[in-house]
Design a protein around this ligand. Structure first.
Ligand code: AKB
Length: 319
């Protein structure tokens, strides 16, 4: 394990910020390189190496991998669902071009392993929405979803054709108090906590009964590392694994928050993100991840809400 050198591309994003710290705990601070356009703050910068990198600069990416003798890449750069609808070509370029740069290094044997995140956005409006199976209709209707489904199929292609080690998970909406998301359709489920603590009220951009699969970040980080560290023969799928914890709609989340902040008020003003959410699953069947590499979430909605509020009160200095 100590001989592994890991590069996290997009380390200043919602997942990256926390994944860097967990991987440094396992592989050693000096062996996990954070990289992003934006210089991180705090512990990511202070605890180990950071490389300022524009992932669209292929030469710089290859140079970084060679210079630091990187063996594994976690490719976390992406333009998420809501933003990519506004900038389709830019979204596609960012999500896919950099993916190929990394996959080609894997094919050439410069890298040993790649992790690439997929999303529930890879499903679409005619996908069965309840307990969405691992293998089912996939007809994404967003730029982001199309890029995620395409990437999944390319992962499988590279694995089957070139026998390389690439792994992927279909993330639900991720909730974290340490880092904020940006440009996603599930972002309301993080914003709501900040507004509940700071203003006592929140206007949701999704309607009250829009049920979506969600997960607390500690589970997402643990699951990601468990998949990446599983013996290769247990990773039977080389597209994205279905990955689930719980589902809720804005009204149910607000009720759970009210158990701690009784005066909290929510109202609803659905915008263009409503249509995106309506094309996504409401709940996910992740039995294959459970069976192949032992996935099991720990956090329920109520447990997550309690932990979010406890930590955000300290972070935001709110009584
Ligand atoms: C988004 O809302 O775009 C992301 C996702 C579900 O992949 N959080």
């Amino acid at each position: 394990m100590a001989s592994e050198k890991i590069l996290i591309i997009g380390s200043s994003g919602q997942i990256g910020t926390e994944l860097v710290m967990s991987l440094r705990g396992i592989y050693g601070n000096q062996n996990v390189f954070a990289s992003d356009l934006n210089t991180p703050k705090g512990e990511v910068l202070e605890s180990g190496p950071f490389v300022a990198l524009n992932v669209m600069d292929r030469a710089a990416l290859i140079e970084t991998v060679k210079k630091y003798k990187i063996t594994q890449v976690y490719h976390l750069v992406a333009m998420l669902s809501a933003t990519a609808e506004k900038f389709p070509e830019k979204g596609w370029d960012l999500n896919m071009k950099s993916f190929f740069y990394v996959m080609e290094m894997l094919r050439e044997g410069i890298l040993k392993k790649v992790y690439w995140p997929s999303s529930i956005a890879a499903f679409g409006p005619t996908t069965p929405r309840v307990d969405t199976p691992q293998h089912t209709i996939m007809d994404p209707s967003t730029v982001y979803g199309i890029s995620k489904l395409s990437g999944e199929l390319w992962c499988q292609y590279y694995h089957d054709k070139y026998n390389v080690d690439v792994r992927s998970i279909r993330y639900p909406g991720l909730i974290s108090w340490k880092s904020e998301p940006g440009g996603g359709t599930t972002d309301y489920a993080v914003d709501i906590f900040y507004k509940a603590l700071q203003d006592g009220k929140y206007t949701s951009f999704l309607s009250e009964n829009t049920n979506l699969p969600m997960m607390y970040m500690p589970d997402a980080i643990r699951g990601t590392i468990e998949l990446c560290e599983a013996p290769a023969d247990q990773v039977k799928l080389r597209t994205g694994y279905n990955f689930a914890a719980f589902s809720f709609d804005p009204q149910t989340l607000a009720e759970s928050i009210k158990k701690h902040i009784p005066n909290f008020e929510i109202d609803y003003a659905p915008d263009f993100r409503q249509k995106i959410a309506e094309g996504w699953p409401q709940s996910i069947d992740d039995s294959q991840a459970r069976q192949d590499w032992g996935w099991k979430p720990e956090f329920t909605t109520d447990k997550m809400v309690e932990d979010m509020l406890k930590n955000l009160r300290v972070k935001l200095n709110v009584k």
